[in-house]
Design a protein around this ligand. Structure first.
Ligand code: CTP
Length: 385
């Protein structure tokens, strides 16, 4: 149990005269009755002191001063209070200094619901009325909301993530600040943006969050994903993979993949393949040739999107049954290879690719069985012509 193990970590720290609390998302989720796998702990112990108490812990992540203890499949991140401090003369400052430290740490966080701490006896330290906001189901920035978003514009997407996860509302001033700060998202690395968008799309109240994102102006920063977002928020509540989502966006926006999204070559290939499938299938219907060309995974992704885009025309299941009924799923399944063709048609090496494609077509349209002699006979006749 992650919580029980987390408590043993708090215990070890407090028994060694350090202050230690659960903090952040874990406290929020525990008060809401949700399970959390990753537990954040804050303490006045320095990373070196943490390392002494938990020799297996490792310095991790971008967060300065975080040591992570791994127990079973769980991670326990132990972070030294973020507030400034000066310990030169007095290693263990009195309670007042400590309280300032905890308050400083909590006050640097994004939203009131994420800024509570919980001690060993489950006592909650709630300096910004986070519990009240949990009850009222509000996402409220701490202090000056605009300032919070200026410090880290990714918090804008975090706010939408909590809407998508918890079905909460944005508190009025927080909402106004998000609208004002939205252009700052343009300066955040797209990799970070993609991680948040992926999470938003996985949560149950994603449509509500996406609608808010669009209403508050994400289109001024990322116009290329707005048609896709609009579609998901208002037309079809689809659960999409990364490549399906971006294929949908760039297909609807009729744009190439913008460089700024920094997709890897593999990701680009997947996205472009789905877009190509959509374009081909939209011109005619889904037939065996498209499914053969794009193979099963891309075809299923394309079909999922087409069923969402045009439910009266496309139905789920066609790709799967076409694929299953294909006698040949790849050229190497042919009973005939390039070498056979070279032998029978010497001097025609350049045309071999075309003949193999013709052979695939003959077999998959069930005109000729997948047998070497039958195929060679047909090609010989064809060749004579
Ligand atoms: N935090 C913050 N600003 C950010 C990111 C995080 O203030 N841009 C603070 C919040 O208090 C947050 C805590 O750091 O609760 C931990 O962040 P994270 O590990 O990302 O967890 P959460 O997003 O809160 O929750 P979850 O575990 O559900 O992802």
């Amino acid at each position: 149990m992650p919580y029980e193990l987390g408590k043993t970590i708090l215990k070890t720290l407090t028994e060694n005269n350090f202050q230690a609390f659960f903090v952040g998302g874990f406290v929020r989720d525990r008060l809401l009755g949700f399970k959390t796998e990753d537990i954040d702990i804050c303490t006045d112990a320095t990373p070196e002191e943490v390392k002494k108490l938990f020799p297996s812990s490792l310095a991790t992540g971008e967060k300065y001063g975080t040591m992570t203890v791994f127990i079973d499949q769980y991670r326990y991140e132990i972070t030294t209070f973020r507030a400034e401090r000066n310990y030169q003369d007095n290693r263990h400052p009195g309670n007042i200094v400590f309280e300032t430290e905890l308050a400083g740490d909590l006050g640097r966080r994004d939203f009131t619901i994420n800024a509570m701490a919980m001690g060993l006896a489950e006592e909650v330290i709630d300096l910004f009325s986070g519990r009240q906001d949990l009850k009222q189901r509000l996402i409220r920035a701490i202090g000056d909301p605009l300032q919070r978003f200026k410090e880290d514009a990714l918090r804008i997407l975090r706010a939408f993530r909590f809407v998508a996860k918890l079905d909460f509302e944005l508190e009025a001033a927080t909402k106004d600040a998000i609208e004002l700060a939205m252009p700052l998202l343009g300066r955040v690395a797209n990799e970070r943006i993609r991680v948040e968008l992926t999470q938003i799309r996985q949560y149950p109240f994603r449509q509500k969050a996406i609608r808010l994102m669009v209403d508050l102006g994400i289109g001024n920063v990322f116009p290329e994903i707005v048609p896709g977002l609009d579609f998901l928020a208002n037309k079809a509540n689809l659960s999409l993979t990364e490549s399906e989502f971006y294929a949908l966006c760039f297909y609807l926006a009729n744009t190439d993949i913008p460089d700024k999204w920094r997709f890897s070559r593999v990701e680009k290939r997947q996205i472009n393949a789905i877009i190509a499938f959509l374009k081909q299938a939209q011109e005619g219907s889904i037939d065996w040739e498209i499914v053969y060309q794009h193979k099963l995974a891309t075809s299923l992704s394309g079909e999922k999107l087409l069923v969402g885009l045009k439910p009266t025309i496309y139905k789920r299941g066609r790709v799967q049954s076409l694929w299953q009924s294909l006698p040949i799923k790849k050229v190497s399944d042919l009973a005939l290879g390039g070498n056979d063709l070279k032998e029978y048609f010497p001097g025609n090496d350049k045309a071999i690719g075309e003949w193999l494609a013709l052979a695939v077509k003959l077999v998959n349209s069930t005109r000729i069985p997948n047998e070497k002699i039958a195929l060679l006979d047909y090609l010989k006749q064809h060749f004579r012509k």
